[in-house]
Ligand binder design. Structure first.
Ligand SMILES: [Zn+2]
Length: 422
């Protein structure tokens, strides 16, 4: 369907006003006009339309500046929802968030990526449906599903470009197939990118900050955000900090590079080291087959917290290696802030935070120009899933990263807004 220039410009105005309301939390019509540069009648008309669509509600009165106190507006949190799915080798987390980005329901389960893709996606779809039903969320109010996973990916085709965990996943159309199963639009993205942008949307960082995010689940990923815009590079396969080489003669990594950081600092590496450390595996009752890497890693992290010297030394070794990677990231991108997100920081996050901060303070190139702060994510272990849901809100509502989501062929998807990216 062709889109007229007037329609496109109205849509742009709506998206801008929505984004201003979202960012301000509460704002008056007068403030909206001042901030946007639009006229008062235009603001009134756009706000009326947004209220009629259930996207915006009135939220009491603000402070008087002489005359009658102005009516404040805010997003209607219950007006729309989105679903975030974080899918990886050892764990799958599903969250439903409301329009304000607040989690409304959550579920998690194990090991879905060890199944063939068609079986795994059927299970994800049935879990999403069950969670929507349990949370009593009206399906017509669901904007879509953000599916996030490891890379590399072809984001536009909705395809993973890696034979992990098995060859069947390489080039498999994960996003289009999940859209087909759910009858909802699905967009694919990188888990670390989602965690990074989620932090901004959830108000965890200064909106003007240039910050990075280290996301650690089974693997290690990264993302960089500049003034609210995630750095996407040529193909959205950016800041893959787990796959920078720290040993030119190191072992070959499944990614094709040699001596990758992930193979020294990641949870699998730590579990591997623990299994060969004298007495540690027995003491912590580690599974010699290490089938569930995250659980085994959690045990080692808990022992490190409790003061077990051998476990502590392994976690510190991982943190120092990660610190070196964070220094690389801060030096490349001149960051103010680094956020640590993902399930593998859940237990021993404070050890990681302290040691990475030390490395950054000592070694970052611009350390005399400005401080670089290392902080835990406001969304903790679920940062990627929440970020995935946020990517949908952002793409659908503000057009911030508008790109084609994968739709069910011929679906009669309810139209909440004019088509994105028009
Ligand atoms: Zn690699």
């Amino acid at each position: 369907m062709a889109t007229s220039p007037i329609w496109a410009s109205r849509q742009k105005t709506r998206r801008m006003v929505l984004e201003l309301i979202r960012a301000a939390r509460t704002i008056s019509r007068v403030e909206l006009a001042t901030t946007s540069g639009l006229t008062a009648p235009t603001i009134s008309e756009v706000v009326r339309e947004l209220m009629a669509n259930g996207l915006v509600i009135e939220a009491g009165r603000g402070a008087s500046t002489g005359g009658k106190p102005p009516t404040l507006l805010q997003l209607n949190p219950l007006g729309r929802y989105s679903v975030g799915v974080q899918l990886e080798r050892n764990t799958c987390v599903i969250v439903i968030v409301d329009l304000a980005g607040r989690p409304a329901a959550r579920a998690s389960f194990h090991g879905v990526a060890l199944m063939p893709p068609q079986q795994a996606l059927a299970q994800v779809a049935s879990r999403v449906n069950a969670l929507l039903a349990t949370a009593a969320v009206d399906r017509d109010k669901v904007l879509g599903v953000g599916l996030v996973s490891y890379g590399p990916q072809n984001l536009h085709a909705g395809v993973l470009l890696t034979p992990q965990p098995t060859d069947e996943w390489l080039d498999y159309s994960v996003a289009p197939r999940l859209a087909e199963q759910l009858g909802l639009p699905v967009l694919l993205d990188n888990d670390a990118t989602a965690a990074a942008i989620g932090e901004y949307w959830m108000g965890g960082v200064d909106p003007h900050s240039t910050y990075g995010c280290i996301y650690m689940a089974t693997g290690i990923g990264g993302g960089v955000v500049v003034a609210g815009e995630v750095y996407r590079g040529s193909s959205s396969n950016t800041v893959e900090i787990g796959h920078i080489s720290i040993d030119v003669n190191g072992d070959e990594c499944p990614c094709g590079n040699r001596g990758c950081l992930e193979n020294y600092a990641g949870p699998s590496a730590v579990v591997r080291q623990a299994l060969t450390a004298p007495g540690l595996a027995q003491r912590l009752a580690l599974d010699p087959a290490a089938t569930d890497v995250l659980t085994e890693f959690g045990r080692i992290a808990a022992a490190a917290n409790a003061g077990d010297p051998a476990a502590r030394s392994l976690i510190e070794g991982s943190a120092r290696h990660l610190g070196c990677a964070v220094v690389t990231m801060t030096t490349l991108f001149d960051l103010d802030l680094v956020v640590l997100a993902g399930p593998s920081f859940a237990v021993a996050g404070s050890i990681y935070q302290a040691l990475i901060q030390q490395e950054v303070d000592r070694r970052t190139f611009a350390r005399r120009a400005h401080p670089v702060l290392v902080v835990p994510s406001v969304s903790g272990s679920d940062a990627a899933a929440i970020g995935a849901a946020v990517l949908v809100l952002q793409s659908e509502l503000t057009g911030g990263h508008a790109r084609p989501a994968h739709h069910l062929q011929g679906s009669s998807r309810p139209s909440h807004l004019p088509p994105s990216g028009a």
